[in-house]
Design a binder for this molecule. Structure first.
Ligand SMILES: Nc1nc2c(ncn2[C@@H]2O[C@H](COP(=O)(O)OP(=O)(O)O)[C@@H](O)[C@H]2O)c(=O)[nH]1
Ligand SMILES: [Mg+2]
Length: 575
């Protein structure tokens, strides 16, 4: 016996695979228990595509009937049951028993027909009232066909009558199997029993029921080789009836569509959630880009500002150079020859007029520069902290009450929180004095200390002493030769030029050295400050990157799922 055609059979396979895959995806996506349950229920509906419920008194031949239907001696017959288990027969790759509830056992058999229909069998023991309740609540509502097995030797027992009444209002299709006809003597006896059963059914159900007199025993034997018994078993008519009542395209279509509808609803729901989650992530990405942009702007500003400040420092050198030039212009003159001779005085004047407070100026400028650098760094931390805090607050307001993936929300909130706290901690514990003195220390080690010395009396001053004394010696010689006017005109300008050039060279070297050291120090500082901010944010960046990948994968899967749903629906509709 077979109910589905080949096309329906293959759709069924695909739909089953699809629903199981979807279930796994939803589990991975932390779907709610409620949603998973409703999907599970849909899968179960497909597993029990058709549900036959077999009822009847103990010993009426229910097990024998099921064996005959399936063509194999699968269930034990005639054994006094020790349990009152309700058995659900389903398809399985190999024989297996599962206790699903305390009084329900699932029996799996590798029998083709069971992949299309599941059978519920009751033992019909003395616990029959409880069993009937169980049936009416769990199985009758889902039943496609209720097979009422009664035997010719005691048709319609009391408990059978009461059960029949209890299911009357469900409006389910009920058919009566009158079993064991092989023990009747002749056709006349059979007609009598059939009439009796029909009349009783009419009274109990308020409508006529189909009655199928059969011999389950003969049918099974016929299916297993004794083909001559088939006719007498009258089983053929019963199977045809079962097949026809189940094989209704409209009915089957509904059964296939129902789980697809549930799946479509869930796919839709989780796509929307994924969408929301992706939007949050996109905002997060924007936030990170914003932080990056702020950092870039900060760097640019800092560089610009630094250049101005450096120009200020360099200016000190240029002014010094200018004063030096003027000084040499003044002192290297013929009329000043005697002043030139007094080198101590000369050095004193140079220190006072040319060097003046240049070393202090340099030191002051460098100190201001360092203060500025430290302040700016702190300011940048504050900007980023307040930015992240604001974002976190917005996010909390945004997400409350959403059915979004709770792990995601938790991890994300926790990370944002941690970053905010870290930034706050840095800002709070920021020791300006310590930071500044650290930088100052580095800068000083590199230049400023020696700079003060080099610009001051010992450095530039010494230069003057040497220049002045050689000039004086030359000039002294000139005086002795009494040709001052003639040669002085020649020697003095040469010496003046030499003094200027040497001063320029010396100052340029110092200036370049100072600028380079300060620039190096500045670059190092600014890189460090940037690194610190990056380090603080990096767990968040990584999280967002991973989640973005994840959500893209989920969305792709859900999209694929909805394509498959659409295909299956179209297929089912085309029958
Ligand atoms: N003569 C005859 N005996 C049958 C037939 N079907 C079942 N039986 C016997 O009736 C007894 C009860 O059958 P079983 O299938 O176990 O009934 P259940 O308790 O309703 O499941 C067993 O001894 C079977 O061999 C039949 O068609 N003809
Ligand atoms: Mg039985």
């Amino acid at each position: 016996m077979k109910i589905l055609n080949d096309q329906q059979e293959s759709t069924l396979q695909r739909e089953r695979i699809f629903l199981n895959d979807l279930q796994l995806e939803l589990v991975e996506n932390n779907a709610s228990k409620e949603d998973l349950d409703s999907l599970k229920y849909s899968i179960r509906q497909l597993d029990d595509l058709f549900l036959l419920v077999i009822v009847g008194e103990f010993n009426s031949g229910k097990s024998a009937f099921i064996n005959a239907l399936l063509g194999q001696q699968l269930l034990k017959e005639g054994v006094t049951p020790t349990t009152s288990q309700i058995n659900i027969l389903r398809y399985g790759e190999k024989r297996e028993n599962h206790l699903v509830e305390k009084d329900q056992t699932v029996l799996l058999f590798p029998v083709e027909l069971l992949s299309e229909l599941s059978i519920v069998d009751t033992p019909g023991t003395n616990a029959i009232i409880r069993q009937h309740e169980e049936l009416t609540t769990h199985f009758v509502p889902r039943a496609d066909l209720i097979l009422f097995v009664t035997s010719v030797d005691r048709p319609f027992t009391e408990s059978e009558r009461s059960f029949m009444q209890s299911i009357r209002d469900w409006g389910k299709k009920v058919v009566i199997i009158l079993n064991k006809i092989d023990i009747l003597a002749d056709e006349e006896e059979l007609t009598q029993v059939v009439n009796f059963v029909q009349e009783n059914a009419q009274t109990l159900m308020g409508r006529a029921l189909d009655v199928f007199p059969v011999s389950a025993r003969q049918a099974l034997r016929a299916k297993n080789g004794e083909t001559n018994l088939w006719e007498a078993s009258r089983f053929g008519a019963l199977e045809a009836y079962i097949r026809n009542s189940l094989d209704q395209t409209g009915q089957i279509r509904l059964k296939f569509m129902n789980p697809l509808g549930v799946a479509a609803h869930l796919v839709d729901k989780y796509s929307q959630l994924a969408e929301t989650q992706q939007q949050i992530l996109e905002e997060d990405v924007k936030l990170l880009q914003n932080v990056e942009r702020q950092q870039a702007i900060y760097l640019e500003d800092m560089h610009k500002n630094f250049k101005f400040r450096m120009a200020d420092v360099e200016n000190i050198f240029f002014e010094l150079e200018q004063r030096g030039d003027e000084f040499f212009e003044e002192s290297f003159r013929l009329t000043q020859v005697f002043k030139l001779l007094k080198k101590e005085r000369m050095q004193e004047d140079f220190t006072k007029e040319v060097i003046a407070d240049a070393p202090q100026q340099v030191e002051r400028k460098v100190n201001t520069l360092i203060d500025w650098l430290v302040d700016a760094d702190l300011q940048q931390w504050k900007t980023i902290t307040s930015y992240l805090t604001k974002r976190e607050r917005e996010h909390k307001e945004h997400v409350i009450g959403e059915g979004i993936n709770t792990d995601f929300v938790y991890d994300r909130t926790r990370l944002l929180d941690a970053i905010g706290k870290e930034a706050e901690r840095v800002v709070k514990s920021y020791d300006k004095h310590n930071e500044a003195s650290q930088i100052a220390e580095n800068a000083k080690n590199a230049v400023t200390a020696s700079m003060a010395v080099e610009i001051g009396a010992v450095g530039l001053g010494a230069l003057i002493t040497i220049l002045a004394s050689t000039a004086a010696a030359d000039i002294t010689g000139i005086i002795a030769a009494s040709v001052v006017a003639a040669l002085g005109l020649f020697i003095v300008p040469t010496k003046r030029r030499k003094a200027k050039t040497e001063l320029h060279e010396k100052l340029a070297a110092l200036r370049v050295k100072l600028v380079k050291s300060l620039t190096d120090e500045f670059e190092k500082e600014i890189k460090q400050s940037q690194q610190r901010i990056e380090d603080a944010i990096s767990p968040y960046t990584r999280f967002i990157r991973a989640e973005t990948n994840n959500i893209e994968k989920i969305q792709a899967e859900l999209k694929e799922a909805s394509v498959e749903i659409y295909k299956l629906q179209t297929e089912v509709e085309s029958w």
